[in-house]
Write a protein that binds this ligand. Structure first.
Ligand code: BG6
Length: 293
């Protein structure tokens, strides 16, 4: 299918009616719906679906740089590029194939990209939807140049929540984090679970591979499983920053929370011929199920 600007989008559906929509602009997942048709990712009502900027919502890919610490544009160029579809992708691993539909998108650097980041790579993004509705993103980045390069990376995941003040994250307690609101100073998380009452912009370091985001009001828990992604970005712009963003509604900070599987503090170094894999799996379970454990 096409989006508003004629850019191709791929829609994956499972037999129960869940769906995932991926745009070739940015290789960005723009929608993920459960089998009741409920949208699980946040998209701003003011989002601009037009290159060269990433649409505000869904899951933009931050590569080869996260944030603005580096020589590149904020969050790197991958989210602003037009990706291509691999019509003959390598088969899905037999152990992993059960009822899955998937698409492989590819990104190779353009001449412009090479001017600002002179490293030849191939980026394969596999987006898959399982029979049980889980969404998996697997990024494979290969160095096809003659010298090593470094990068940081994030799946900038905009979760849709009912009311940010009713949400908590479990799995990050007691971890160290870098606070983007304090010149990336390092702190240690003290609380039991992370809750929200003001702007938050942090990179939690060396986190466990499973994180839960509990939405009390909707009785819904997002379960985030990740591999190769030690850090977790937690971001909510809150009122003042929300008002300053052109492509974001003034009150929309209440309905979203970014929780990103990422690798930021210790960037990856890839030698010629080497490949890195970062995997993110998103699932949703009823909250009561999680609370019992
Ligand atoms: C977050 C960063 O991940 O992304 C924030 O930690 C940033 O500092 C936010 O404001 C949004 O970035 P952008 O470039 O999509 O507006």
């Amino acid at each position: 299918t096409k989006d508003w600007n004629g850019i191709d989008q791929v829609v994956l559906r499972n037999p129960r009616g869940a769906s995932v929509r991926v745009s070739l602009h940015g290789g960005q997942v723009t929608s993920w719906r459960n089998d009741r048709g409920e949208e699980l990712l946040f998209t701003s009502s003011k989002a601009i679906f037009k290159p060269p900027k990433a649409m505000r919502g869904g899951i933009p890919i931050c590569f080869p740089q996260f944030g603005n610490c580096g020589s590149l544009q904020q969050h790197g160029f991958a989210r602003n590029k037009i990706w291509s579809i691999d019509e003959n992708p390598p088969p899905i691993h037999p152990n992993d194939s059960l009822g899955k539909s998937f698409v492989d998108l590819l990104l190779k650097p353009s001449d412009d990209d090479l001017k600002c980041w002179p490293h030849c790579f191939e980026f394969r993004l596999r987006v898959s939807l399982a029979a049980d509705g889980k969404l998996t993103l697997i990024s494979r980045i290969r160095n096809i140049s003659g010298k090593p390069f470094h990068f940081s990376f994030a799946y900038h995941t905009y979760l849709s929540v009912s009311d940010i003040s009713e949400v908590r994250i479990e799995g990050l307690e007691t971890l160290d984090y870098l606070d983007n609101l304090c010149q990336r100073k390092r702190f240690t998380e003290q609380g039991d679970a992370i809750t929200f009452e003001s702007e938050v912009d942090r990179v939690y370091l060396s986190s466990p591979n499973v994180i839960a985001v509990l939405d009390h009001e909707r009785k819904r828990t997002y379960v985030i499983r990740k591999e190769g992604l030690p850090d977790v970005v937690v971001w909510n712009p809150w009122e003042k920053k929300a008002k300053a963003m052109l492509d974001f509604g003034d009150d929309e900070y209440k309905q979203m929370l970014c929780v990103d599987g990422a690798i930021i503090e210790k960037p990856i170094t890839l030698k010629p011929g080497e490949e890195w894999t970062g995997r993110l799996e998103l699932g949703v379970v009823p909250s009561s199920f999680c609370d019992e454990g």
